[in-house]
Ligand binder design. Sequence first.
Ligand SMILES: Cc1cc2nc3c(=O)[nH]c(=O)nc-3n(C[C@H](O)[C@H](O)[C@H](O)COP(=O)(O)OP(=O)(O)OC[C@H]3O[C@@H](n4cnc5c(N)ncnc54)[C@H](O)[C@@H]3O)c2cc1C
Length: 324
Amino acid sequence: MTVLVLVEHDGGAVDELSLQALTFARSLGEPEVMLVGGADAVERLDVATAHVAEDERLALYAPGAWASALGEVIDRVAPAAVVAAGTNRGNEVLAHLAARRDLPLAANCTAVVAENSAGGAGAEGGGLLTVTRVRWGGSLLEEARVHSQLPLLSVAPHALPAAVGEGAPAVERFAPAVDDADLLVRVAEHVDEVTAGISLAEAKVVVSGGRGVGSADGFGILEELAALLDAAVGCSRVVTSAGWRPHTDQVGQTGTKVSPDLYIACGISGATQHIAGCKGAKKILAINSDAEAPILANADYAVIGDLTAIVPAITAELRKARSP
Ligand SMILES: Cc1cc2nc3c(=O)[nH]c(=O)nc-3n(C[C@H](O)[C@H](O)[C@H](O)COP(=O)(O)OP(=O)(O)OC[C@H]3O[C@@H](n4cnc5c(N)ncnc54)[C@H](O)[C@@H]3O)c2cc1C
């Protein structure tokens, strides 16, 4: 039974999450892969066949056109299921495909079992799968049944090991038939982000602020503390929505997921969607004026009080401790 996997790559380096999707696909059948460009990347893929869509207009990303190309390969290969990494792109391309072909999409799966003795999904296997998938920003796992002749499944990031190996897949290059409508949304250019200081995703300490900080200027005391701790500054979504900080600073389900040694949450209530981004921290220190704030349930340490007094007091103590 063939399972078609959409593999993402960056300039020929296969994305780690796509390799995890490949591991997932192997639990269903024999994977074949489709890439957009990147024929050089296939050596890292231990599969029999790699279908490589070649068209410069699709190279950077065009969700509709990628879905169109994937559809062409589906028509050729007749897979029993289609799998992609649960990245923004993987989920978006599968969503396009689902809408075009009226197929169900189960996103963010961590496991799959074919519910028949033939061990097959899709057309060969009678079309019933049980999937386990991550819901609610990682706060629950759902078991769901997918009835379809062609199930579309995306794989939750970091739930499975990457399929590492070397292969010599047969490369089938093709020029996908895309029309203007497919290219209405496409990435035309990449501009490298100019970052200053420590990256949020890799910082060992993150000093993060929420609505309780009060204003863009209010982040001054958090910046000061962060500078002393070699920390990155993060924030909640309320803060980015208010325009106090850029979206790149947002921690949470729809922001960056951080895993520092210490996460200092200042004036953040601890909504599930925020916790989804910081629960990987080894220790959480909450600074909040409300002793009943939900963040306290996730915090290892808490200081109850006004952050405008507490944060400068911590900074002053650190300076004192470090002065000769
Ligand atoms: C689909 C979806 C995705 C979302 N994604 C994200 C996401 O990625 N990240 C995210 O953060 N949110 C996200 N949210 C929003 C989330 O639900 C919350 O609304 C948000 O996290 C609340 O931000 P906050 O804690 O800063 O504000 P609030 O909930 O208003 O909390 C402010 C806190 O500050 C405290 N406080 C006030 N003044 C002070 C003071 N002077 N000193 C100390 N403490 C003080 C208060 O006691 C309170 O606990 C998402 C929501 C949805 C629906």
